[in-house]
Design a protein around this ligand. Structure first.
Ligand SMILES: [Zn+2]
Length: 153
């Protein structure tokens, strides 16, 4: 019997076809989640570097990110959106040397802001559906007028 292949992330046996990456094996789900996490982390790092004019996030910032993940269960994407909310929506100017300590103070507020935006977006999408319905009516009306014109000739 062949030796069972274990996932490098969850350490459980892989029953389906493993994803191979850098000589290691992964479950497809585990690999995708891990890749998403890497993408989100890079995106958060990029934004922080852009804010504070850094080449790489400082050790203090990295430590803060880890603390927020462990203590508050914050998501990497959520932290980036919170910083964007604070600096772009609320228009607070980033000060060099600042950490990201503001995050726990406005995370919930930022979340509510994005949820509200999401609702607005949904209502706009619903409006578009209504527009389509409105659009159909004049077409019918036009046809009717055409018919009348034909009988008039
Ligand atoms: Zn796995």
């Amino acid at each position: 019997m062949p030796k069972s292949i274990k996932c490098h992330i969850c350490k459980r046996v892989i029953k389906d076809e493993p994803i191979k990456h850098s000589g290691k094996n992964y479950h497809e789900d585990c690999f995708n989640k891990w890749r998403q996490e890497v993408e989100n982390r890079n995106s958060l790092y990029d934004y922080i570097c852009q804010l504070y004019k850094l080449d790489i996030p400082t050790g203090m910032i990295r430590k803060q990110i880890k603390e927020f993940q462990d203590e508050y269960d914050y998501k990497l994407k959520g932290m980036e959106l919170t910083l964007r909310y604070f600096h772009e929506t609320l228009d607070n100017k980033p000060r060099p040397g600042d950490g990201i300590g503001i995050i726990p103070f406005i995370y919930e507020e930022a979340k509510n802001h994005y949820l509200k935006q999401q609702k607005i977006l949904e209502s706009i999408q619903n409006m578009k559906v209504e527009e389509v319905t409105v659009h159909i009516a004049p077409v019918k009306y036009k046809r009717k007028t055409k018919k009348i014109d034909i009988t008039a000739i």
